[in-house]
Write a protein that binds this ligand. Structure first.
Ligand code: XMP
Length: 530
């Protein structure tokens, strides 16, 4: 490792709430949807962050949020190691909304009765609103909602009004407006609760009195001020991949400090068709960002010679990427800061959420090592993916980059299966992929899919074309829907579209005589083939 990248610098600590905006904190009891609650709050125009269940009243008081939301969680309030509620939280005078386990904790702590129901309530349920209170004001008395619980509140604590019930839950919502404490058994944050967003808005606007001023434009102003304060007149470097995160991070930094930023785009020759040109056109030509574009195709292909094992491919590509980046960084003397497109979901996951059932381990081959001698500039640390897209659009990033499907760091090399990633095979795969994307876009389905791509296995099959026997390549079409890549379903592409794709591939690509469709979900398959 070169001197430039030798020592460790810790990243800038997570910024707190943007100046002048209200904040509602979500106390995370390990629920499946805790992150989603924070996202929905932000969609209402109110800044929100997730804090661990043991955060304590002192820290909350210090942050002085406009409201608190206690999330759901997998525990029962009666379990010996169940996450508890710090009673002092309720003495701060900050409005509180408990959701699912959060509501049960409120009931249990304040003298209500929580019981294990004979049957759990999972999925869609009918909600009967007997008394609208503040949360249901103006909403229908009969509505549906999404439930996921076994314990249930039988009696609200003294001083509370019971607002609603459902088939299984005698008390599905309660309130004590005098103390500004509210509870709902169902999940307002999921789309299956049709009035969920309105119920949350009632809490945020009517109960907490929040100004709803958190928007993409306000994020941009805020981040620009923060970046300027952090960087001063220092030189900044950013590795651009063409993905949404590094693109938006780079644009924000460029807005903040102009030509103090230099972007480095390493074209490893494993990109999709036209992708490198698009990145260069957007950044160098449109946004006038100083950009070093490194054509490293030859280097990467040399490294990949004779390699067919997937993990070896990944490791070689990752190591070579770092080497190229280091070389370029060393040429830019005086760069002290490095931009990274870390998202809020990465921050939450790498912090290790307490009490949650599973934690995703995310891998990013082609990313940079932790021990780099730059101070990190992470302007997306507080943002969710959809907010990053909104900021990208607001900054004028082309639609293709804003909505680009996820693409793995090692690129097309890990889509050539069981064989070496040669230039010839990469070109064939690139052309096949281009046809697939083109047809999927024309059919208006690109945004519906999490990912769509082709795989080229190192096998041949017999065919007949123009009266001649052929022994050609097989192209696999893989298209999936997903929310987070942890699970995925194969996309039901229309037959006519599949036919059009297959006939174009076999007509336009020499040496392809068979096209097949992958109908495997994840699990048991993974999205990529290796
Ligand atoms: P799998 O194949 O594990 O993929 O279902 C889940 C998501 O991760 C992407 N992926 C990668 N991304 N480097 C990356 O940066 C990799 O080595 C890598 N392998 C898979 C994949 O495209 C999907 O979005």
């Amino acid at each position: 490792m070169s001197d430039t990248l030798a020592a460790t610098k810790s990243p800038a600590s997570a910024p707190a709430r943007p100046a002048g905006t209200d904040e509602v904190l979500v106390v995370d009891f390990g629920g499946q949807y805790s992150q989603l609650i924070a996202r929905r709050v932000r969609e209402c125009g109110v800044f929100s962050e997730l804090l661990p269940a043991d955060v304590g009243a002192e820290e909350i008081a210090r942050r002085a949020p406009a409201g608190l939301i206690l999330s759901g969680g997998p525990a029962s309030v009666y379990a010996p190691d169940a996450p508890a509620l710090d009673a002092a939280l309720l003495e701060l005078g900050i409005p509180v909304l408990g959701i699912c386990y959060g509501m049960q904790l409120l009931a249990h702590s304040l003298g209500g009765l929580v019981e294990r129901a004979e049957v759990g309530e999972f999925g869609r349920s009918d909600l009967h609103v007997h008394h609208p209170g503040r949360l249901f004001a103006g909403l229908p008395a009969e509505q549906s909602c999404w439930m996921s619980h076994r314990d249930t509140v039988r009696h609200a604590p003294a001083g509370f009004s019971e607002l609603a019930s459902s088939t299984v839950s005698p008390v599905a919502a309660f309130e004590d407006p005098a103390r500004a404490i509210y509870g709902i058994q169902f999940h307002p944050e999921v789309v299956h609760t049709p009035y969920g967003q309105q119920i949350l808005t009632h809490f945020l606007a009517d109960v907490c009195g929040c100004d709803r001023t958190w928007t993409a434009a306000s994020i941009i102003d805020e981040q620009i001020a923060r970046i300027r304060a952090q960087v001063g007149d220092g030189q900044v470097i950013c590795g651009l991949s063409g993905g949404i995160d590094s693109s938006v991070a780079a644009l924000l930094v460029h807005r903040a400090v102009g030509d103090q930023l230099t972007c480095v785009f390493v074209d490893h020759g494993l990109m999709r068709k036209g992708e490198g040109e698009q990145v260069i056109a957007a950044f160098r030509d449109t946004f006038k960002v100083p950009l070093v574009a490194v054509d490293a195709e030859r280097r990467f292909l040399d490294r990949l010679k004779g390699v067919s094992d997937p993990e070896t491919k990944r490791k070689l590509i990752g190591a070579e990427f770092i080497r190229v980046f280091e070389e370029e960084a060393a040429k830019l003397s005086g760069a002290h800061y490095l931009v990274q497109g870390t998202l809020y979901s990465d921050v939450i996951e790498s912090g290790g959420r307490k009490g949650s059932a599973t934690i995703k381990s995310h891998h990013n081959v082609g990313g940079l090592p932790d021990d780099i001698a730059f101070e990190l500039v992470e302007p997306l640390r507080m943002l969710f993916k959809d907010e990053v897209r909104a900021v990208g659009a607001e900054l004028g990033l082309p639609e293709r980059l804003v909505w680009r499907q996820p693409f793995p760091g090692p690129g097309l090399a890990i889509r050539i299966i069981g064989g070496e990633a040669t230039k010839e095979r990469l070109d064939l795969l690139r052309d096949a992929d281009h046809i697939l994307q083109d047809e999927i876009r024309k059919a208006g389905l690109y945004h519906e899919l999490w990912q769509s791509f082709c795989v080229l296995p190192d096998i041949r099959s017999v065919g007949v074309q123009g009266d001649e026997r052929t022994y050609g390549n097989v192209i696999v079409i893989r298209a999936v829907t997903s929310d987070d890549a942890m699970t995925a379903d194969w996309a039901r592409l229309p037959y006519d579209l599949l036919e059009q794709i297959a006939s174009r591939m076999m007509g336009e690509l020499s040496d392809v005589n068979r096209v097949v469709l992958d109908i495997t979900s994840k699990p048991p398959g993974t999205i990529e083939w290796e």
